[in-house]
Design a protein around this ligand. Structure first.
Ligand code: A3P
Length: 306
């Protein structure tokens, strides 16, 4: 059984709680104090995702909607600024400094100093680890769900791409996922816990797959949820700058790329639904399905059909 005494599964990770692994760039004390007590504003917009569900994409859509009158400012942001998870930093962990990171700043502190509004705040945390006020004040919150098999494939490639995580093999990460030892824990737990709020008016629950199928319709839905009414031309403009290929090209030369990503690393990797079929073996897929069916009992309405 996993416990806090157990060795973390990779360098640069630790057990935040039993069976729940976080990278060392997410500092336990910071999450339990500053993030937990973070003062939420009524007009904040939160984005909740399981890792690799399309956080960067959705945040870019939110930003493009918000800055539609001055969309070029999005180009000025560095890669780290593109997905500023509230739980990230501060960290001067030796595993990071030995690899040349000079220290990761605290995002929660940065959010406290943001004077413009609305602030848009992404997180991968479970509801119980989010700011207490979030579930009291109920600011607008967008949750993006994605086929967990595709999330796992994407996470595997993320380990190969990002300098803050240790490279792994597909077999190894699959085995760790089955034990609940990939970063941010178990997808099913994340989905089930957040589903408690799925029908609340303050939460918009969307699927990556639906965003892929109907990009413009999804942008419209997100904009309406944010209280912004965009013209047809503006919707097209948001779609243009958040198209997979546009974002892929922009991220190739973005500021801060060399800090976050390995030279061969990519964020806009494939951007497709169902790509897991190229990597899972039949045996792995069946093992995954059994585990998924078992964990999602009683939550059939949230399940993906593989
Ligand atoms: P793949 O690795 O399957 O390609 P996150 O931002 O949460 O880390 O999610 C990363 C995943 O979202 C990656 O999936 C990435 O390619 C995909 N993604 C990023 N930008 C996208 C876009 N504009 N359209 C579609 N998918 C995108």
């Amino acid at each position: 059984m996993a416990g806090e005494q157990e060795q973390p599964p990779w360098k640069k990770t630790y057990f935040f709680k039993p069976n729940y692994v976080l990278p060392v760039i997410m500092e336990k004390h910071n999450i339990e104090t500053k993030v937990k007590n973070f003062e939420v504003r009524d007009d904040d917009v939160f984005l909740v995702t399981f890792p690799k569900a399309g956080t960067n994409w959705t945040l870019e859509i939110i930003d493009a909607i918000q800055h539609i009158e001055n969309i070029d400012i999005l180009k000025e942001r560095s890669l780290m600024e593109k997905v500023p998870l509230i739980e990230l930093g501060p960290s001067t962990h030796p595993d990071l400094t030995s690899e040349g990171f000079t220290g990761i700043p605290s995002n929660v502190d940065a959010y406290l100093n943001v004077t413009s509004s609305p602030r848009r705040i992404p997180t991968h945390l479970l509801p119980e680890d989010c700011p207490t006020q979030m579930l009291v004040k109920k600011p607008k919150t967008i949750l993006v769900d994605r086929n967990p098999k595709d999330c796992l494939i994407s996470l595997y490639n993320w380990h190969l791409s990002v300098a803050l995580l240790e490279p792994t093999t597909w077999e190894d990460i699959f085995a760790k996922y089955m034990k609940g030892h990939t970063i941010y824990g178990d997808y099913c737990e994340f989905t089930k816990k957040w589903s408690k709020y799925k029908n609340e008016p303050w939460l918009l629950w969307i699927r990556y797959e639906d965003m892929k199928k109907d990009h413009k319709g999804s942008v419209r839905k997100i904009a309406e949820f944010m209280g912004k009414s965009l013209t047809d031309a503006q919707l097209d403009e948001v779609c243009r700058v958040t198209h997979f290929l546009y974002m892929k090209k922009a991220n190739e030369t973005i500021k801060g790329r060399e800090t976050l990503l390995r030279p061969e690393g990519v964020w806009q990797r494939k951007g497709v639904s169902g790509g897991w079929k190229n990597t899972f073996t039949v045996a792995q897929s069946e093992m995954f399905d059994r585990d998924y069916d078992e964990k999602m009992k009683g939550y059939e309405h949230l399940k993906y059909k593989f």
